[in-house]
Design a protein around this ligand. Structure first.
Ligand SMILES: NC(=O)c1ccc[n+]([C@@H]2O[C@H](COP(=O)([O-])OP(=O)(O)OC[C@H]3O[C@@H](n4cnc5c(N)ncnc54)[C@H](O)[C@@H]3O)[C@@H](O)[C@H]2O)c1
Length: 468
C-alpha cells in the first residue's frame, strides 16, 4: 500500500477568503483526500483575500491532482498554480563544474592555461602516471550507461537516463567527495560501448557502469576490466552484492546462525542476483568455510544443470549452486530455507510460504519499487526482513557502498578491483552496526551515517594496497 512521500510532493498556490476558518478548511481538505501537509505559507495578505502556498506529499501523480482539485472545489478558493517539487529540483540539472583555481588576473591565466599549462602537458607526456597527480583523473569517475535498464523503467534510452546518472554523480560527491560525471551513450551495441569507454578512459580514475541490461552488462564489464588500467565496477551488480552480504552477515548475527549451515535461496539471477551469488560463494572460498548451499531461482524456476540454459551466466550459476540438483519453482525452493534474497519481480509469494521456511528465517525482498513479498506479510513469520525501500526498516541501499568503494580505489590509485575489496567493503558496512545497536530492525546503518563511507573507503584502500 503506497504512502504519501516526498517523491510526489507538490506546492499548490491558492487564493482563499481571509476568514478565521479558511486555513482549517484548506488543511482538512488535504487531509480528507490522504495528502500529508509539510508546509503552509501565507505569501500575500489583503483585506479581502490571502494567497497561500500549501506544500504536501502525495502518493502518485493522480493523487496530487486529486489534492489540487479538492482544494479548488472549496467555496471561495481558487487554485493559482501547482508546482511539482521533484521537477523543480531537476530544472537545469543537478550538478555543475566549478573551477578549483582562482582566475583573477593575467598571472593566474598564464599558469592555469597557456603558456604555463604546456609544461604540465609535457611532464605528463613524458610520464603518463603523472596524470593522476596533475589532473582531474585523480578524483574523477565516469558514470556510464546505455539507458537500457534504468530503475524499474526499463529501456528508456540515454537522454531519459540522465536524471538518474546526475543523481548518482551528486551522491558520489556528497558521500564520497568523488567527482563523477554522467556519460550516457547513444548506443546499446556491446562493441560500441566497450570501444567508447576505452576511448574516454584517459580522463577518469575509475568507471562506474550503471543501468546496463543483463546479460550485456557482464561481457561489457569483463572486457573493460581486461582492457583498462583503471577499476571498472558495475554498481547494479557489485554495489548490490556488497550491501546484501553486509546485511546478511548482521541478519545472521541477529538469528544466531552461521552462513555455512544455511540454505540460501536467491531469486533473480540477473545483474544483481548473479553478483550476490558470486560474492557469497567467494566469501566462503576465501574463509575456507566450505561450500554455501545456494538455490538460484529465475523466471523459469530453480536453476539446475539439466535445464539446458545456453546463457553463460546461467550456466555458471548452475555449475556453482544447487549441489543436490533439485528442480521446481520458487515455492519449492523456499521449503526449509534459512534465507531468501529476492532481486527479481513483485509479489511472488506470501506469508504462507514464509511459514514453510526454516525457523527464524531471514527475508530480503529487494525488488523495487514493489518487493517479492509485502514486508508486513513477511514479518508474520520471518525473524528479519529487509527491502530496497526507504519507508520500511532495513533498507538495502547501494549508497552505502559505491561512494566509499570509489573513494578507497581513487585514494589507492588502484588499477583494478577485486573480490577481496568487495568483501572488505561489505565487512566495513556490517561493522558500522555495533553490538549495542544491532537488532532485527537495524541490520544496516543509515545511508546518512557519516561513519559509513570513510569506513568503506579505508577498508577498500587497505585491500587495494595489499594487492598492489
Ligand atoms: N539495493 C536494492 O534494493 C536493489 C539493488 C539491485 C536490484 N534491485 C532490484 O532487483 C530487481 C532485479 O534487478 P536486476 O538489475 O538484477 O534485474 P535483471 O533484469 O538483470 O534480472 C531480473 C531477474 O529476475 C528474474 N525474474 C523475473 N521475474 C521473475 C519471477 N516471476 N520469478 C522469479 N524470477 C523472476 C529474471 O529471470 C532475472 O533473472 C529489480 O526490481 C531491482 O530494482 C534492488
Amino acid at each position: 500500500m503506497p504512502v504519501p512521500g516526498p517523491g510526489y510532493s507538490i506546492t499548490v498556490r491558492v487564493e482563499a477568503p481571509p476568514s478565521a476558518g479558511a486555513a482549517g478548511d484548506l488543511t482538512s481538505a488535504v487531509g480528507r483526500v490522504g495528502g500529508v501537509i509539510t508546509a503552509f505559507d501565507v505569501v500575500e495578505s489583503h483585506t479581502d483575500r490571502v494567497v497561500v502556498d500549501i506544500t504536501c506529499n502525495a502518493m502518485s501523480a493522480n493523487h496530487a491532482r486529486d489534492i489540487s482539485d479538492t482544494l479548488g472545489a472549496l467555496p471561495g478558493v481558487e487554485v493559482r498554480k501547482v508546482s511539482d517539487r521533484t521537477f523543480l529540483m531537476h530544472l537545469g540539472g543537478k550538478i555543475e563544474v566549478t573551477a578549483k583555481v582562482a582566475l583573477r588576473n593575467r598571472d593566474d591565466l598564464s599558469r592555469a592555461y597557456t603558456p604555463g599549462v604546456a609544461r604540465v602537458c609535457t611532464a605528463i607526456a613524458e610520464n603518463p602516471d603523472d596524470a593522476r597527480r596533475l589532473t582531474i583523473k585523480r578524483n574523477t569517475v565516469a558514470v556510464v550507461t546505455d539507458g537500457s535498464a534504468v530503475l524499474g523503467l526499463g529501456n528508456i534510452g540515454p537522454a531519459a537516463a540522465l536524471p538518474v546518472m546526475e543523481g548518482k554523480a551528486a551522491l558520489f560527491k556528497k558521500f564520497g567527495s568523488v567527482d563523477a560525471w554522467p556519460v550516457c551513450l547513444d548506443t546499446q551495441d556491446t562493441e560500441e560501448i566497450i570501444r567508447t569507454v576505452e576511448l574516454i578512459a584517459p580522463v577518469y580514475g575509475g568507471i562506474n557502469l550503471e543501468d546496463i541490461a543483463a546479460p550485456r552488462c557482464f561481457e561489457i564489464e569483463a572486457r573493460l576490466r581486461e582492457k583498462l588500467d583503471i577499476p571498472v565496477f558495475h554498481d547494479d551488480q557489485h554495489g548490490t552484492a556488497i550491501c546484501v552480504v553486509a546485511a546478511l552477515r548482521n541478519a545472521l548475527r541477529v538469528v544466531g546462525k552461521d552462513l555455512s549451515d544455511c540454505k540460501v535461496v536467491v531469486c533473480g539471477v540477473g545483474a544483481a542476483g548473479s553478483a550476490i551469488i558470486r560474492l557469497l560463494l567467494q566469501r566462503h572460498t576465501g574463509d575456507k568455510l566450505g561450500p554455501v548451499d545456494i538455490l538460484a531461482v529465475d523466471v523459469d524456476g530453480i536453476v539446475h544443470g539439466a535445464r539446458g540454459d545456453t546463457d553463460a551466466n546461467l550456466r555458471w550459476v548452475a555449475t556453482n549452486t544447487n549441489r543436490d540438483g533439485v528442480s521446481g519453482r520458487l515455492h519449492d525452493a523456499l521449503v526449509g530455507a534459512d534465507v531468501f534474497i529476492g532481486v527479481s519481480a513483485p509479489n511472488l509469494f506470501g506469508a504462507e510460504q514464509v511459514a514453510t521456511m526454516a525457523p527464524d528465517p531471514v527475508v530480503f525482498a529487494l525488488a523495487n519499487p514493489d518487493p517479492e513479498i509485502d514486508p508486513l506479510e513477511a514479518q508474520r513469520h520471518a525473524a528479519v526482513v529487509a527491502t530496497g525501500r526507504s519507508d520500511y526498516p532495513n533498507q538495502i541501499n547501494n549508497v552505502l557502498a559505491f561512494p566509499g568503494v570509489f573513494r578507497g580505489l581513487l585514494d589507492a590509485q588502484a588499477h583494478t578491483i577485486t573480490d577481496e575489496m568487495l568483501l572488505a567493503a561489505a565487512d566495513a558496512i556490517a561493522d558500522v552496526v555495533d553490538g549495542e545497536r544491532l537488532n532485527a530492525s537495524f541490520i544496516v546503518p543509515s545511508v546518512f551515517d557519516a561513519a559509513v563511507a570513510p569506513a568503506v573507503a579505508d577498508a577498500v584502500r587497505k585491500a587495494a594496497t595489499a594487492t598492489a
